[in-house]
Design a protein around this ligand. Sequence first.
Ligand code: SF4
Length: 341
Amino acid sequence: MSPMPPPTSASPAPALDIWGLRLTLPGTARPVLDGVDLTVGPGDTVALVGESGSGKSLTSRAALGLLPPGAATEGAVRVEGHDVLAASAERLRALRAGTVAMIFQDPRATLNPLRRIGDFLTEGVRATGLMDGPTATARAVELLRAVGLDDTALGTYPSQVSGGMLQRVVIAAALMGDPALLLADEPTTALDVTTQAEVIALLARLRATFRTGLLFVTHDLDLAAAISDRVYVMYAGRIVETGPADALFEHPRHPYTAALLASTPRLTAPGGRLSAIPGQPPDLRTPPAGCAFAARCSLATGICRESVPEARPAQGRPEHVAACHHSDRLRLAEEGAVADA
Ligand code: SF4
């Protein structure tokens, strides 16, 4: 692992730069995050995908400095050049009020049902002194319009609006401090399909308007494909594949990515059947000796059970990387399928 370069003044700092992040918890035999490298450039949308328990949410929360009790970390997490892991509690509060914001899964769990939406929108920036009351209200009205709502929402309570409208309010609140980085953790899971599509379109539009870097955490590969420039695939606390969204979804080079794609519901699937990934992710109490996916992988051989695969460029493209001893077999299978067609 090479040392992380210091931030330079010549180019804008990435919205998020995670390097070699290793996170261990008391009582576990393997790290819950193990050498995670991930970058979100200014104005970029990056998707982090994987099954439940893969470490996606822990990774995104690390960008806010929200770590589980007793967590020990190595590596670095920088938000627009600011070192989050070394930040004081006061510095973290200031970062969360301005530089980085999060949209959680369930908007109804995010808002206090007894407070008006206007208070919810403005209290964070007023409490940290980022804006005075009139400025905060003007900004709230501007952002409500940007998310397709009008200023009558300021005086309403959460119980008076739909889940879709509430998620728009949460997105507007996240933008109040003009953040460099927006973290969206399964932001559409609690919404119906139509509202999901609206929220995804809204996030894409806001990203373009405000040049906010967006880390989109999801288990839904179709959503990731719809919104992201780049995708990171996570399994058992490691990034196992990353690349530009189109290359990764069209030419997966890690068997786990290929299996996730095969298990995504498709109307055109043969016989209408889903291809489930067999088995379970490895237990935190019993770390595997080699590749963590070996027990579930149809391509596994002896070397897979003995040695942890390093990330290597796939198809000679440095921007597309997979950590698999046999990623060439996926390429050969794909080339064979094209030749047979
Ligand atoms: Fe499968 Fe081996 Fe690749 Fe792991 S290293 S994903 S077990 S082929």
